[in-house]
Design a protein around this ligand. Structure first.
Ligand code: 0GY
Length: 312
């Protein structure tokens, strides 16, 4: 399909080249659907990338994100601070402010963040902080510093988003289970989908959710987790089909604690850039009826990010 919004999908220079011609999804999203995991990158001239970043993306700003939202049929976004912006939340907060109430945010903060800074982020629409344990993305932060932050933000009713690799869950277990807030896991804790779904690694993740009702999961990023790849690479009809059983299991066992997001503009994907329309078409494979789809895409994200609207 050609560009849905003239100009809004124009590419900028850089090695990270997000897909600028997303197809119109065949799956019609329920009214009020929330893309609960996406990012903004810069634009770098206005919002410089962090000196400590591990990658330098191309620009992918709020206008492009909002155009994608409208093209795919989402009503709202949750914009997650990307590591390339470090703890400078300006681009993310600016996008939230500019959204007319249709975007909320997840920030990265340091231990020395002040109450006034947190209040300003809350005012902009931030409702959580992200702790990243993926070693290729961030330098190590001591756990006592993160625990201080978790204590600090809980007064605002915020939650903690955690991003880690499946092999690291045993080591991180005690820290995660001590967090005093709602905890949202990015991308199901990155399971190795070439391993059995009933193997010990994914079982540990399921146990984490079973034993801790404050733990939620994003069932996002099939394009990151898949070994099979998209249809264009392997000639199959169903995109990222090897991720389906894992995501479907989480959606069906924990229907009230799952979220979904595009992950646009897909940082660090090198083998292929996904068609975001195709990603939306993945949803009915993992949430197989209207009730599960409504919980995943509307009820759950609304409860977490727009609780004042009173959706149960
Ligand atoms: C994601 C995944 C990645 C990157 C980041 O903040 C980030 O830089 O989250 C990744 O490289 O796996 O969720 O966007």
């Amino acid at each position: 399909m050609s560009k849905p919004v003239t100009g809004a999908f124009e590419k900028t220079k850089g090695w990270l080249d997000w897909y600028d011609g997303p197809s119109k999804p065949r799956f019609v999203l329920p009214a009020g659907a929330v893309d609960a995991h996406c990012h903004v990158f810069g634009p770098g001239a206005e919002f410089p990338f962090a000196p400590e970043r591990k990658y330098t993306p191309c620009d992918a700003g709020k206008a492009q994100l909002f155009a994608l939202r409208d093209h795919l049929g989402f009503a709202r976004n949750v914009i997650v601070q990307a590591t390339c912006h470090g703890a400078d939340n300006s681009a993310m907060a600016d996008a939230c402010r500019a959204s007319g109430g249709r975007a909320r945010g997840v920030a990265t903060v340091r231990r020395n963040v002040t109450d006034a800074e947190l209040d300003a982020l809350h005012q902009a629409g931030v409702r959580g902080v992200r702790f990243n344990f993926v070693k290729r993305l961030v330098d190590f932060t001591p756990k006592d510093e993160l625990m201080d932050i978790a204590g600090h933000i809980s007064r605002l009713g915020w939650h903690v988003v955690i991003y880690f690799e499946a092999v690291d869950l045993p080591e991180l277990w005690d820290f995660f289970t001590a967090l005093p807030t709602t905890v949202v896991v990015d991308h199901m804790g990155r399971p190795d989908v070439s391993k059995p779904i009933d193997g010990s690694e994914f079982e540990l993740f399921l146990r984490f959710m079973r034993e801790h009702p404050n733990v939620w999961s994003k069932v996002s990023c099939p394009e990151r987790l898949s070994v099979a790849g998209p249809p264009a690479l392997n000639g199959e009809q169903s995109a990222y089909r090897d991720v389906v059983p894992f995501a479907r299991k989480v959606v069906e066992e924990f229907p009230d604690r799952v979220l979904w997001g595009t992950d646009w503009p897909h940082p660090n994907l090198k083998s292929h850039m996904p068609d975001d329309g195709l990603l939306v078409d993945f949803i009915p494979h993992i949430a197989v009826n209207a009730e599960l789809q409504r919980k995943l895409l509307v009820d759950n994200p609304m409860r977490l990010y727009w609780p004042e609207e009173g959706r149960t």
